[in-house]
Structures are given as structure tokens and as C-alpha cells.
Design a protein around this ligand. Sequence first.
Ligand SMILES: Nc1ncnc2c1ncn2[C@@H]1O[C@H](COP(=O)(O)OP(=O)(O)O)[C@@H](O)[C@H]1O
Ligand SMILES: [Mg+2]
Length: 378
Amino acid sequence: MPISALPQSTVRFLGSSVVITKPCDVVKELLDNAIDAGASFVEIAISPNYLDTIRVRDDGQGIDIEDFDALGKRTHTSKLRAFDELGSRARETLGFRGEALAAMNCLATITVTTRTVKDVVATRLQLKPKIGGVDNKQPVSAPVGTTVQITKLFETLPARKQYSLKNSAKYIQSTKDLLKACALARPDLRLSFKVLGEATHCWSYAPVCAAGVKEAALQLFGTTLANNCVHVSRNSACDQTTSPQLNQQLPEDFILEALIPKPGFEVRAVKGKGFYLSIDSRPISSHDAMAKKIMAIYKPYLNQAAGTGEHCASIPNPFVQLNIRCPPDSYDRRASNQAPGNNKGSNSRPRECAYTIVRTTLHTERNLVSKIEDMQNC
Ligand SMILES: Nc1ncnc2c1ncn2[C@@H]1O[C@H](COP(=O)(O)OP(=O)(O)O)[C@@H](O)[C@H]1O
Ligand SMILES: [Mg+2]
């Protein structure tokens, strides 16, 4: 779809805009855009202070020349035409408000290098500060895909710049955590991260052919963890043993895919590795209230399953990876104007969205709890 302005009525329904308060918010938004563009590889490079340069390169479909003038303009998106489409589109894309590039363009200088399969050469363009659209452009040599470079973030906001500079180490760690969660949620996506000029921060995830979450866990955490976990995938109708293919989702089905410690697991193998929750492959923060609640459900199971007889409630941060796949059209347009798990907007937004999916799409929290319990019992 071409990039165009959302109708004002849709903008009003969608309500909030994208807020960039930390440099890692920029990486999150650019990573989402790369995934939405169908990338199989995303490379992130930042300057050591995380503000001078943020560069995200992908091998996605690129941006059409006709769309250049719409880039960085508020409410301009290629992912949604009108509010009515939200029920179906929200599940397919990670963003649909057309606000992220516009928000960044008010806080930094944006250069986009992009090429689609139709283009003989790539184009590098600088966006007009604050208003979006093309300031200047030139042909350059680059492969198909898009590189978005953000420079001088928060230059016009001295207090936020100072605060971010002080916390750059923390934000670099948050970015690595985000990428790890992304690799577990989308094990077929190749990811790399580097801090320019500092070899110590290099991180990468390169999936083997047709990688699943177990292969991702093996690469990210090592064989000890992978050998102590089992991958389970259950249809929401757990007793529906005659259900055709688990991966063939029926209209009402939720599918739970989990990599969880297997019965008799070694406590030392899973402790400290963390809880990874995603909904339709969108990572949800482990600090999110829904994630905490689900973890609380798992703790008694872990107690029973531990081979050592050790009380697992005392295991710090045990490994559990869970992805909930929702049926098409299950996103409630009225209650949730944003895709669940989409960590955009104010801090309360992801929590609201997580509960929205529990309440309105899984019907009740109890329903989700029982589905997870069923999955453990089956
Ligand atoms: N990496 C990318 N590859 C291809 N298109 C992109 C990329 N980043 C941004 N775009 C285009 O720019 C538009 C605006 O992006 P953004 O401001 O993040 O809003 P949204 O993702 O909500 O549409 C997107 O809809 C998409 O068409
Ligand atoms: Mg976006």
C-alpha cells in the first residue's frame, strides 16, 4: 500500500501518538518498521553515547519513490487506510499510526537510504526537519532494503539529552534485552547489534535454516538451558485431540507455543535466564502486569517439575518462553485501539493492551489461566 494520511476520524479513534523518551524507543520503532517491511535481517548500530548516531538497516521491501514525500509526516502510514481495517490489520503489523518517524523527526535529523526491487539504484534522502517530506536526495549505491539513520537525538531538549547521556549504558542493555526477546519471538529473523568503535558490545543472532524457538534459546543461552526445556504447542481447545493440525488455526482458536522447563529440569540451568512473553510474536515486557501474572501461574508448575525437589519459588528469574497466537479478527477494535504488546505510547499503554487481550479476546483472565494450566497438564 502507498503511504497516505489517515482520515481525521481514524486519527481521533486511535487517540495517542508515539512518544520517544529514550534512545532505545527509537530502535524499537525502527526495528518494528523493518519487520513490517518483511526484513529477514536487521542490523542496528549506535554511537557509544546512543545519541549521536542510531542506524538501523534492513533487507526489507524498501520504500517506493512515490512515497518519499509522505515520509516523516504525522499520521502518514502505508499500513492502515481506515479504522474499520484495524481488526484485521492490527494483528499483521507492528505499527499503523504513522507517528513514529514523525515523532523522531521532531527530535533528531533523519536520513533514509532505500531501494525497492524495481529501483536500479538506491536513494539517500534527508527529511525536512519537523514537518517531514524530502529536504534533499541523491542516488547512491545500496542493496534492496532500507537504512534509517538518526543523528543528534534530543539536541533541542538539553535536559532529556543530559539524562539520556547519563543512562546510555542502561539503554544499551535494554536494547540488547529487546533484541533477545525479539529473537525468541521471531526465531527466523537475523539480528545484529553493535556500538560503533566498541567491539565489546557486539551481539548477533543468526538463525539456522527454519529455526524455531528451541534453536534460538540454544544460541542465546547455550545447550544446558535448551536440553532442560521442552517445546509445547497447544490449541486453545486442549481436549480437542482430534483437532487437525496445531498450526492450522481455526477461527476461534488461540494457540499457545511455549518453551518451558521440562519435568525433572535442573534448577541451575533455568535460573536467571528470564521470562519471555509474546503475543502474536510481539514481545511483552517482563515487567508488564500480565507477564507477572502469567509468571505467577507458572511458579507452582516449576516447583512440581524441578528434579531437585528444590522450591522453585526461590529460583531467581527462571526461564519460560511463551507466545500466544490469537485468531484472526480477535483484536477488539473498540477496547484496544492498538495491537496488544505494542509497547508504544505512555507506560500504561502496554499494560492496558495486555489486559485488553486477556479480557476481550481471551474473554476472561480465567480462560487464559485455564488454557495455560491445560497446556501444562496435557
Ligand atoms: N524500514 C522500512 N521499510 C519500508 N518502509 C518503511 C520503513 N520504515 C518506515 N517505512 C514506511 O514509513 C511509514 C511510516 O512509518 P512510521 O512512522 O513508523 O509509521 P507506521 O509504522 O505506524 O506506519 C510506514 O507506514 C512505511 O510505509
Ligand atoms: Mg512504525
